[in-house]
Write a protein of this length. Structure first.
Length: 341
């Protein structure tokens, strides 16, 4: 009866079925059971074995003893496989170092990344692998709060590892409290942050070995991974030039410096004289169109202007242009057009 129940349970002898458990309980109660009806799983697992003085009788074996007998060979196999795995990993690691060294010059100098998810994962991997320096330029005036929560932890971890960080933002970040709070946290942890009025598009450079830039305003879900040493060097120089003109963010800052307000006004004045609309100016400076309109209104009141044409004339005669002038070619691309970089 027990053998039939065990078969019906389809245990196959590799695991303890309900019928086998009942028989084991019975064998424990009476000291043994006849060999013929013994459940197959009990015998296969070593929980029942023939009595020394009576082959027709099966007696129970303590589970710890049966387990040791059954599991020892498997544990040895696993240990052997683990040792083999470690050996193989070491061998391939050594081969990879030789391969990378021999074929470094054959690696693609630029790779187009398609899709926001791939771009994010690729950049995250490169940033996490940074050993010495991370340079980042983030145009625009605000970043989504969920993105800020993710990157602040990553940046703090890099700083703890001793990775130098320099980040450029536009002055417009001071009008977005979550972004302003984020940059203060990073500054307090040792990150170097500066803000500028006008900026080129997004740029990330890791250890001056690889850089990431957008492919263009018409391809918001594309980014270019650059590994050519000359191009990375050039992009780093572009960053350094903008960095030299930036206003440092101090950890204790709780409001934008007066110089920032002055620079924003100067930028708006240059854009106005170049003939750009309020919407275009807002995109270029990473601020809202309403904010641009408020600045223009303030400048107009200060100069006593009653029209846009008169404003341009008064700007010129009052010497507010300094030595700068913005042309169509100098207008930064839409800072919201490349979400993946």
């Amino acid at each position: 009866m027990g053998q039939t129940e065990c078969d019906r349970a389809a245990c196959g002898g590799s695991e303890l079925c309900e019928a086998g458990l009942r028989q084991y309980r019975e064998a424990m109660a009476v000291g043994g059971i006849a060999a013929e009806p013994a459940a197959r799983c009990l015998v296969a697992l070593g929980l029942l074995e023939p009595a020394a003085d009576d082959p027709g009788l099966h007696v129970p074996v303590p589970p710890v003893v049966a387990a040791g007998r059954a599991m020892a060979p498997i544990e040895e196999e696993l240990a052997t496989a683990h040792r083999r795995l470690i050996f193989l990993a070491g061998s391939f690691r050594s081969a990879e170092e030789v391969f990378a060294s021999a074929h470094r010059k054959d690696l693609p100098h630029a790779t187009v990344l398609h899709g926001g998810d791939l771009i994010a994962r690729t950049i995250d991997a490169s940033v996490a692998a940074c050993q010495s320096e991370l340079l980042t330029a983030q145009p625009g005036g605000r970043r989504p709060p969920d993105i800020l929560e993710t990157v602040v932890q990553r940046n703090l971890e890099l700083l703890e590892r001793g990775v130098s960080q320099r980040t450029l933002y536009q002055h417009a970040v001071w009008t977005h409290p979550p972004t302003a709070e984020y940059i203060r946290k990073v500054a307090e942890a040792g990150g170097n942050i500066r803000t500028v009025g006008e900026m080129f598009d997004r740029l990330i450079i890791c250890d001056r070995e690889v850089a990431y830039i957008p492919t263009g305003p018409d391809y918001p879900d594309e980014a270019l991974e650059v590994r050519d040493p000359a191009l990375v060097w050039f992009l780093a120089n572009v960053f350094e030039y903008a960095w030299a003109r930036g206003t440092p963010v101090e950890p204790a800052m709780h409001r934008r410096p007066r110089t920032v307000v002055s620079e924003i006004e100067q930028s708006i004045i240059r854009f106005l004289v170049a003939g750009h609309t309020e919407e275009r100016i807002a995109r270029g400076l990473g601020i809202s169109r309403r904010t641009v309109a408020e600045y223009i209104s303030r400048i107009s009141r200060r100069l006593g202007s009653v029209s846009r044409a008169q404003l341009g004339y008064l700007i010129a005669v009052n010497g507010l242009l300094a030595d700068h002038f913005v042309t169509d070619a100098g207008v930064p691309a839409d800072p919201e057009g490349h979400g993946g970089v």
